[in-house]
Design a protein around this ligand. Structure first.
Ligand SMILES: Cc1cc2nc3c(=O)[nH]c(=O)nc-3n(C[C@H](O)[C@H](O)[C@H](O)COP(=O)(O)OP(=O)(O)OC[C@H]3O[C@@H](n4cnc5c(N)ncnc54)[C@H](O)[C@@H]3O)c2cc1C
Length: 422
């Protein structure tokens, strides 16, 4: 693989042939996550496609000219013309392969696939999920000199990386941007020496044999596994939601509120997330209608007071959404009054849904003892019913799901494991 500068762009990229160009930066965790994938694929596809990289900070004008706004960004060229989609952020190996394969004849893709060699590595502890719970367990294990690998389907950080502000994590006088807190947690664990495999496809999880396969070819074995996979937002499950998810319907204010400057938005839900995020969205949107099924919010009093004092926010209690549909570039939310059964159409530019979370246990739900809501049952040392398998953080059965409780669970599991392995 070759490192190039803007002056070589013409001759190395545009002159002809098939090329993939990686704009990277230093001090960029997503760039570090993509680098080994890029190098591995360069060996596999290198005879057919040229792999080059360019330091974005030193080649800014060209990056801007090519529409590159963040690092890493991968661009694909065929005979001097940009092809496919650019990739950025937490780039998965499978995303890159998808683009590379599209540049080659099917027969050649088959030949290349036949050259993929599976690999096996072994660790003392494998942690599934790099949110606050998994990162803390990784830190404590690493400091106990236990050989640990952290695997995540996304970049490290979990929910806090997309929470706009955290004001209740001890040790900080001022509220912290969520991405900063998660970055610091992640760097602390990584610097200690924990191995990271992030933005990967988790292909198979075998809890009994303590094996996890990632990206279809890499088997990772461990003596113990900690499940720290957290939760995902609940869907409403009503007509139109699936079709408009990501196209007007969002579950993350930090990610999407910025797109609603001076626009009208509907927020669905009445707990802490809905009430706090509605207030955050009001920094951008001109009008927000919060729809809640009960006659009062369940969010904490302080958050409620802030919301009621916000002139941009209206509330619609005792109403439930029944469907979403498009009307030109507007989104129509049909809501039903639970008192009168009357249907009202709310026309807005976007909808944010915050109606609770569900545990991320799809790949191993059959093997574990769960509570009535599908959360993993553990003992006080975070052990599950399967020997050598622990679970921590939001994914376990417990009363309060917060960063502090997730990091506490991670601490307990790591200390218990360290004692057992001593
Ligand atoms: C909008 C919002 C605002 C919040 N605000 C606050 C707040 O202000 N203060 C506070 O204390 N708490 C807050 N919370 C709660 C807090 O974020 C969680 O309690 C905490 O993040 C839980 O940490 P965790 O490590 O258990 O899980 P998560 O943070 O959910 O991390 C789980 C990780 O596992 C990964 N994963 C999922 N499935 C797999 C798989 N199959 N294989 C590998 N990896 C997988 C995910 O990609 C993720 O990175 C908020 C939550 C939300 C949603």
């Amino acid at each position: 693989m070759k490192e190039i500068t803007s002056s070589e762009f013409e001759s190395e990229v545009l002159a002809g042939g098939k090329v993939v160009l990686d704009f990277y930066s230093t001090e960029c965790p997503p760039c570090e996550a993509v680098a080994p994938k890029f190098e591995g694929l360069a060996k596999l596809y290198g005879n057919d496609i040229k792999f080059v990289k360019m330091f974005r900070q030193q080649n800014k004008p060209l990056a801007e000219q090519l529409g590159v706004k963040s690092s890493p960004t991968l661009l694909f060229f065929d005979n001097g013309v940009q092809v496919g989609n650019s990739l950025s952020g937490g780039i998965k190996r499978s995303d890159i392969i998808h683009q590379l394969d599209a540049m080659l004849p099917a027969e050649r893709v088959k030949e290349i696939n036949s050259q993929i060699k599976s690999s096996v590595s072994e660790f003392d502890v494998l942690i599934l999920g790099a949110g606050p719970g998994g990162l803390t367990a990784g830190l404590y294990l690493c400091q106990s000199k236990i050989n640990t690998v952290l695997i995540d389907i996304a970049l490290p950080g979990g929910h806090i990386s997309t929470t706009h502000e955290i004001s209740n994590y001890p040790g900080f006088i001022d509220p912290q941007p969520g991405y900063m807190l998660s970055h610091n947690m992640s760097e602390q664990t990584k610097l200690c020496g924990t191995v990271y495999k992030v933005a990967v496809d988790v292909t198979k999880i075998d809890l009994e044999n303590k094996e996890v396969v990632i990206d279809e070819f890499e088997t990772i074995k461990a003596k113990k596994i900690i499940i720290a996979t957290g939760t995902s937002p609940n869907l409403m499950g009503i007509p139109g939601e699936r079709e408009m998810k990501g196209k007007g319907i969002s579950y993350c204010a930090t990610c999407d509120a910025k797109y609603y400057g001076d626009k009208e938005v509907v927020v669905i839900g009445g707990g802490n997330s809905a009430v706090e995020e509605a207030d955050f969205i009001s920094k951008f949107a001109s009008k927000i209608t919060v729809v809640h099924q009960f006659d009062a919010f369940t969010a904490n009093k302080q958050a409620q007071e802030k919301l009621f004092a916000n002139p941009k926010i209206n509330t619609l209690f005792q109403h439930e959404p029944r469907s979403f549909s498009r009307q030109g570039d507007k989104l129509v939310t049909e809501v039903e009054s639970l008192k009168t059964k009357e249907i009202t159409k709310l026309v807005s530019d976007g909808v944010f849904i915050f109606i609770g979370m569900k545990p991320n246990i799809e790949m191993f739900r059959d093997k574990l003892t769960l509570d009535n809501w599908g959360y993993i049952k553990t003992d006080e040392d975070m052990r599950t019913n399967i020997p050598g398998i622990y679970a921590v953080g939001d994914v376990i059965s417990k009363k309060y799901r917060q960063i502090t409780t997730a990091v506490a669970d991670g601490t307990i599991a790591a200390i218990a494991i360290a004692k057992e392995m001593d």
